[in-house]
Design a protein around this ligand. Structure first.
Ligand code: GBH
Length: 492
């Protein structure tokens, strides 16, 4: 085996943060406890036909009651950091007005327990669970239909950000405003495969802008409330978009999807402007009059870090074939998430498939890290999510052997290391996910956890990948090569 000094060991920089991530709706359960009201995901998951198997987050991993055990598990795995999200309807049930102290108490206790175990908490304010009232009860006179297409929602988010910052600001240093606003806007209001399930491209574009504005107003509220040492960022899911060929039409398809997937967020966030080609591509859908000039300075709030969530690349071509797949993942939803991209077809990247049918291709991560190093000079980067679903089944001995996941994580960590060597300032990596959990439209059918959850008993069993990751985190290094396939350590 490679030793610490051998060239076959990839060492990560000192202080590199090794973490795991979760999100409130995916793990907490306790949907009706302590004053929590429904979010758009409660409503959506309780609507027949929206989530596979009719699964809901009512119980999920019961983390709301098992958080102490879950923190102990994180400590056993030697995690240096834990990224979790706060449930907005648990702390501000209608999305307006006063906070519920019992909801905040849950997160105060969780953070104290993490700190007591030497685990650095990273708070995400919004991981898709909008209070239902903000979707349904919108200001009178509005025609946007509620939720993120509504400008007012961005202001409500800033109030909520201040509430959480006041409650946790003395003990949490790392904050992200939004998780993957692309998904909230385009899967929530465009393709409708996520809550609230609307299919209206104009609403999706409005939602994208108001999510950007929410980030800016939220970051201002955090800055005004938090101590100076606090770090404020955002987690995006940028697409590593590739053209199928280098024909000009395919390069143009790449440009269009890059605008709708990436530059619609990084334009205003990093440069204070939406890209002109985005306006041109979507001119038939909207005149973008919902963007007020003064919004752009708010959105361009300086970022202390940028979070990148990465799973698989995106491959596109131009098409005139009406039956060509109009989205990533090739699920045959009737509605495309991509406004103004009717002439674009989606293809699978090369690589072995995970249980999500997502190809394993870490080169997209290297590309994105070098791209953001150039586009956001001086802004530290974090991988705030990376991981894979596989068909995990406990063996006769009750253990879960998941060599595919170890290979996936190994390859992607090697990609991060390669990017760092090429000059990317990557400060940490968060595995998605700590636990198997509610995988949105797929319910409990897909398992992304490093820790297996038996949903009947709620028993947690670390998979081989969890033990493997614990060793990587403890040593701060990745061993190469994976000689006879990854080992999951000595039997215990
Ligand atoms: C992340 O999003 C989430 O943050 C996390 O909560 C989730 O559990 C995890 O990944 C695993 O899914 O064009 O309709 O076919 C996933 C990012 C971006 C992946 C959009 C699927 C294609 C959707 N997703 N992508 S579609």
């Amino acid at each position: 085996a490679a030793t610490a000094s051998s060239p076959a060991t990839l060492r990560f920089p000192p202080g590199f943060l090794w973490g795991a991530a979760t999100a409130a709706y995916q793990i907490e359960g306790a949907a009706q406890e302590d004053g929590r009201t429904p979010s758009i995901w409660d409503t959506f998951s309780r609507t027949p036909g929206k989530v596979l198997g009719g699964d809901t987050g009512d119980i999920a991993c019961d983390h709301y009651h098992r958080w102490r055990d879950d923190v102990r598990l994180m400590a056993e795995l030697g995690l240096g950091s834990y990224r979790f999200s706060v449930s907005w309807p648990r702390v501000q049930p209608t999305g307006r007005g006063p906070a519920v102290q019992r909801g905040l108490d849950f997160y105060r206790a969780l953070v104290d327990e993490l700190l007591a175990h030497g685990i650095q908490p990273v708070v995400t304010l919004y991981h898709w669970d909008l209070p239902q009232d903000l979707e349904t009860a919108f200001p009178s006179g509005s025609s946007a239909g509620g939720g993120w297409p509504e400008r007012d929602t961005a202001h409500r988010f800033a109030d909520y950000a201040r509430i959480v910052a006041e409650a946790l600001g003395d003990r949490v240093e790392m904050w992200t405003t939004l998780n993957e606003p692309w998904c909230s806007a385009f899967l929530g209001y465009g393709s409708g495969v996520h809550a609230p399930g609307r299919t209206d491209h104009r609403a999706a574009l409005r939602a994208a802008h108001h999510l950007n504005l929410a980030h800016g107003l939220g970051a201002q509220a955090l800055r005004a409330t938090l101590p100076a040492r606090a770090q404020v960022g955002i987690s995006l899911n940028p697409s590593a978009v590739r053209p199928l060929t280098d024909a000009p039409e395919d390069l143009d398809a790449q440009r269009r999807i890059d605008a709708l997937a990436n530059r619609i967020f990084t334009g205003p966030l990093l440069k204070g402007a939406y890209p002109d080609d985005l306006f041109a591509d979507t001119a038939d859908i909207t005149d973008w009059s919902f963007v007020r000039p003064e919004d752009l300075a708010v959105i361009k709030h300086p970022l202390d870090f940028l979070g990148i969530n990465y799973y698989t690349p995106t491959v596109v071509s131009a098409t005139t074939d009406p039956s060509a797949p109009r989205q990533d993942g090739h699920n045959s939803s009737l509605h495309s998430p991509w406004p103004g991209a009717d002439g674009v077809a989606f293809h699978r990247a090369h690589g072995e498939l995970t249980a999500m049918d997502w190809p394993v291709d870490p080169t997209g991560l290297v590309d994105l890290l070098s791209q953001y190093t150039a586009e956001a000079p001086g802004v530290p980067l974090f991988i705030t999510e990376n991981g894979a679903a596989y068909e995990d089944t406990p063996g006769a001995d009750g253990r879960i052997h998941d060599p595919d996941r170890i290979r996936y994580l190994h390859a992607h960590l090697a990609a991060v290391h390669e990017a760092i060597r090429a000059g990317a300032d990557v400060r940490g990596y968060f595995l998605w996910s700590l636990l198997d959990n509610f995988e949105w439209a797929y319910g409990y059918s897909k398992r992304f956890g490093a820790v297996y959850v038996d949903y009947a008993s709620q028993a947690r069993t670390p998979k081989s990948s969890a033990r493997w990751y614990a060793r990587v985190a403890a040593s701060g290094a990745l061993e190469l090569p994976e000689a006879d396939g990854p080992s999951d350590g000595p039997p215990e």
